[in-house]
Design a protein around this ligand. Structure first.
Ligand code: NDP
Length: 495
């Protein structure tokens, strides 16, 4: 086996046949971490063939047997939480204080949730008595070989959020990690095998977008579960439509945070900071448009600026560090260009941060660091307010009337998340009911537990992940009508 990271299919690490490798880079210092083998088309074919073969028996295994195996994987993930989290920190640049408490934990929780759900009857269909001697029963059947395509911001969590319901429902998966954060794929495949997941049930093919495109368009793929940008999602959905494949699309957002006039300013500032600086702003549900009442502007901004000192960049393994670099040089350049645009073209007021490199951290001078940035006096037509930046850039917008704030919050083609801060719970529910978003929060931001079904509205996605409804995306329905009367209603019967 070559020293570069192999693919994984049919229960084994496999060398790619493409002859191509690419590097995973440590975002904190810009140094290569590992060389990764890129899959060729024939490698993807082989991975899909192994998943197709494995489907025959995995789909027939009793749900409780699949559940038992997946729960073993949950135990291993939890035992190895810190080593997997440290790998994610090196690969993504996210502080260990996050990866060790969120990324693996929330992934393992979802695997546990779906393993228990299917064991507890989550795959049961319905029975309907039609007449005394006739009834309809329905079954939830797995789809077949599914493709999972992941983004780079929550690598192991995304891989688990896709594979958990997929495998629990009896499907098999070929998973492609983002080329920017590929390390977790092999780790997860090995953990599944160690737990007893049969060969071919979970497979990993690494590479760039072309590998994802070939995989998702493959005729033997029944479903594509995709997490990534809206523009890529549209291409993947179009290609899947050609083969009438099932799809789940978890795409980008430009989510609003509505601070209502009676909100506690401290709590509102905390919420806005969580919504913008966690994971250095590289969260799909980022609440980048922060709407505050005009009369609260001064109090909110002065408290926010004071609190920005709590954003601590530094050694990523130090539990005190809560702010890391961006994932890649390409992404750093994109985020900095948005910040420059905000200053030079949009003419927003730069309240904190900016496009300049932050003070160098020793040994990390070549990392992809950016300053957490706050813009004030923003208006709805600014590019920084309209487009997903996917970085630590908060825009403050003021409003007079709540109705106006709601209308402006909804005036976007995206609809991933939204949140409301207020002491008036009746008002909170009234406002939430009017927000066009699939994920909403009241007086909090960002928590996404296994029990909560999450998915975007409008161009932010199709379908949901997690919660009981999340399983429905991985099954198809079969209805059977049984008639015991022996009478076939037919216009062709003899009179
Ligand atoms: P991209 O759309 O660039 O990439 C996502 C994945 O798709 C990667 O694995 C990528 O490969 C692959 N890919 C690229 N082109 C194709 C193609 N033509 N066919 C199939 N696969 C392809 O997204 P990012 O990785 O930049 O992720 C950031 C985005 O993800 C943000 O917009 C964010 O909002 C969104 N996101 C949404 C979430 C949600 O739940 N709604 C959660 C997390 C992120 P490669 O990168 O290797 O080229």
């Amino acid at each position: 086996m070559s020293s570069s990271q192999p693919l994984y299919y049919n229960g084994q690490p496999r060398n790619a046949t493409s002859g191509h490798t690419f590097d995973s880079v440590n975002p904190s210092n810009g140094e290569p971490l590992a060389s990764i083998q890129a899959a060729s088309k024939s490698d993807v074919d082989a991975a899909i063939a192994s998943a197709k073969e494995a489907f025959l028996s995995w789909s027939k295994a009793p749900a409780i047997v699949r559940s038992r195996i997946l729960l073993k994987a949950v135990s291993i993930l939890r035992e190895r939480n810190d080593s997997i989290a440290a790998q994610e920190t090196r690969d993504t640049g996210k502080p260990f204080s996050e990866t060790s408490t969120v990324d693996v934990v929330t992934g393992a929780d979802v695997l546990e949730f779906f393993a228990n759900h299917v064991a507890g009857g989550g795959l049961n269909g319905e029975t309907t008595q039609l007449r005394e001697d006739a009834w309809v029963y329905s079954k939830k059947e797995p789809l077949g070989v599914c493709a999972g395509i992941g983004a780079w911001n929550y690598p192991v969590q995304i891989a688990l959020w896709k594979s958990a319901p997929c495998l629990a429902a009896g499907n098999t998966m070929v998973y492609k990690p983002s080329e920017f954060t590929p390390l977790h794929g092999l780790t997860l495949a090995e953990i599944y095998s160690e737990a007893g997941v049969p060969a071919g049930v979970f497979n990993v093919v690494s590479g760039a977008g072309d590998v994802g495109a070939y995989l998702s368009g493959h005729e033997d793929i029944a479903k594509v579960s995709f997490t990534g940008q809206v523009s890529t999602g549209k291409k993947v959905a179009a290609s899947a439509a050609g083969g009438m494949k099932y799809t789940t699309m978890e795409l980008g957002g430009k989510s609003p945070v509505l601070i209502l006039p009676d909100a506690d300013v401290d709590q509102a500032v905390d919420g806005a900071m969580m919504a913008n600086f966690f994971s250095t702003g590289q969260v799909c549900t980022n609440g980048t448009r922060v709407f505050i009442p005009k009369q609260m502007k001064d109090a909110f901004e002065s408290k926010l600026v004071e609190r920005m000192g709590h954003v601590r960049a530094g050694d990523l393994m130090d539990m005190n560090t809560n702010f890391g670099p961006l994932v890649s040089k390409v992404h750093l350049d994109k985020v900095v260009a948005y910040i420059r645009h905000g200053i030079d073209v949009d003419k927003a007021t730069l309240l904190y941060g900016g496009p300049e490199k932050p003070p160098s951290l020793k040994g990390m001078e070549h990392g992809f660091w950016v300053q957490p940035t706050v813009f004030s006096d923003c208006s709805d037509n600014m590019k920084i307010v309209q487009e997903e930046i996917f970085g630590p850039v908060l825009s403050i917008l003021t409003y007079d009337k709540i109705d106006e704030a709601v209308a402006r919050a909804n005036a976007t083609p995206l609809g991933l998340a939204a949140g409301v801060f207020t002491k008036d719970l009746n008002l909170a529910h009234q406002v939430v009911a009017r927000l066009e978003a699939g994920i909403t929060w009241v007086n909090t931001w960002g928590e996404s537990p296994a029990e909560m079904s999450v998915g975007g509205w409008k161009q932010s996605g199709l379908g949901v992940e997690n919660g009981k409804r999340g399983l429905e995306a991985w099954v198809r329905n079969k209805s059977t009508l049984v008639d015991m009367s022996g009478v076939v209603p037919s216009v062709f019967s003899k009179l």
